[in-house]
Design a protein around this ligand. Structure first.
Ligand code: 1CP
Length: 340
């Protein structure tokens, strides 16, 4: 591996420079992505064509100079593999044709298996070959709770009240669905590792809309199960977005690293998550600012986290309308940060 900074940082080994990558680094901020996206019928065609997914994965490595690639796919591939088809609507996000409301609906979907995501495994194999060990390749999945939220709502939501209603009114049913998603996700991530993913990240994008009690009943135990299954194979990064209220419980996860959103104070995170590599957490909106502001905020973040056991990133995915030059400047600032 030519650049193994992220692998070393995630394992808690010494790094001579802070590694950096961005969540959602392959997307509308990049010209090559926009071109590929225009050439296909829909988002799924891009995700399901290994050559195109590979090209989208490599572009940020080639033109932004990030220290890791993340395989081009989406967390919604898992509900699709379980039998729920979705459409990705321009600027409106995902819409599912059917949603899960009853016990019967849960029984009607399957635990997904390899044949449901071979295109992704082919994309990973091809990308590893094309990367030729330049940087590590990250695989990923949504957390069971976050996938549950899309399966029950059928789309994004501000409140996720349909999803949360099931937690409070039919908790046993909710656990049954979460368990089925968890079984699928474990297979899905193990397959990604077997195909060549060298790190996996679990996105709990909607963890933060739960109360601490609900979070620790309906989200964290399922993340813990996945960590227990995957950690013996590759380093796992958990991203409990907005859920730092449960930091003490999160600290007990069997995972190498925790990704933090921008609401979290780096020093407090160091205290509450001892022994974990930390990743994050610049507010993506900082990247709308002028270069001098991007630099001072980035340097301040590195001062606070320190340079070891740390992976620089944003506190959430990069927004599609952020200028690519600013993203590049952020990456360069991390690389130029003076390190003793
Ligand atoms: O570069 C990369 O990061 C790889 C690709 C990637 C990843 C890691 C995509 C491509 N999606 C994701 C993860 C993902 N997808 C998450 C977790 C991270 C997060 O919180 O942002 C979530 C919640 C989704 C679901 C999703 N997919 C949404 C959000 C809808 C909502 O509820 O607000 C949307 C809009 C998408 C579409 C999507 N996924 C990826 C891209 C590049 C796009 C844009 C679609 C397009 O170009 O048409």
């Amino acid at each position: 591996m030519k650049n193994d900074l992220i692998l070393r940082a995630v394992r808690g080994e010494k790094t001579e420079r802070v590694p950096v990558w961005l969540m959602r680094q392959a997307g509308r901020i990049l010209p090559g992505y926009r071109k590929i996206r225009e050439s296909v019928k829909d988002f799924q065609e891009l995700v399901k064509t290994p050559e195109l997914a590979c090209a989208a994965t490599l572009e940020p490595v080639d033109i932004l100079g990030v220290d890791a690639a993340i395989i081009f796919s989406d967390i919604l591939v898992v509900p699709e593999a379980m039998g729920l088809d979705y459409q990705m609507l321009e600027s409106r996000g995902p819409i599912f044709e059917k949603t899960i409301q009853t016990e019967k609906d849960i029984d009607a979907i399957r635990v997904g298996s390899t044949e449901n995501w071979t295109y992704l495994l082919d994309a990973i194999k091809l990308t590893r070959k094309e990367l030729n060990d330049r940087v590590p390749l990250i695989g990923f999945a949504g957390s069971p709770w976050t996938i549950f939220a899309y399966m029950t709502e059928g789309k994004g939501s501000k409140t996720f009240s349909i999803a949360k209603r099931m937690l409070y009114s039919e908790p046993e049913m909710a656990h049954k669905l979460l368990d089925k998603i968890t079984q699928t996700t474990i297979k899905y991530l193990k397959d990604q590792v077997a195909a060549g993913a060298q790190i996996v990240q679990l996105f709990d994008s909607w963890g933060g809309i739960l109360s601490p009690e609900s979070y620790e009943e309906f989200s964290l135990p399922y993340i813990a199960k996945i960590c227990n299954e995957l950690s013996p194979l590759v380093p796992v990064i958990a991203f409990p977005k907005g859920a730092f209220f449960s930091a003490k419980a999160i600290a007990k996860l069997n995972c190498a690293a925790i990704c933090l959103d921008w609401t979290v104070d780096p020093k407090e995170a160091r205290q509450l998550l001892p022994g974990k590599t930390l990743q994050g957490n610049l507010d993506p909106c900082v990247l709308y600012a002028k270069p001098s502001v991007i630099k001072s905020k980035t340097y301040k973040m590195l001062d606070q986290f320190g340079t070891q056991n740390y992976i620089a990133n944003l506190g959430h995915g990069v927004y599609p309308d952020i200028p690519m030059e600013n993203v590049k400047h952020f990456i360069d600032c991390v690389k130029q940060y003076p390190q003793a």
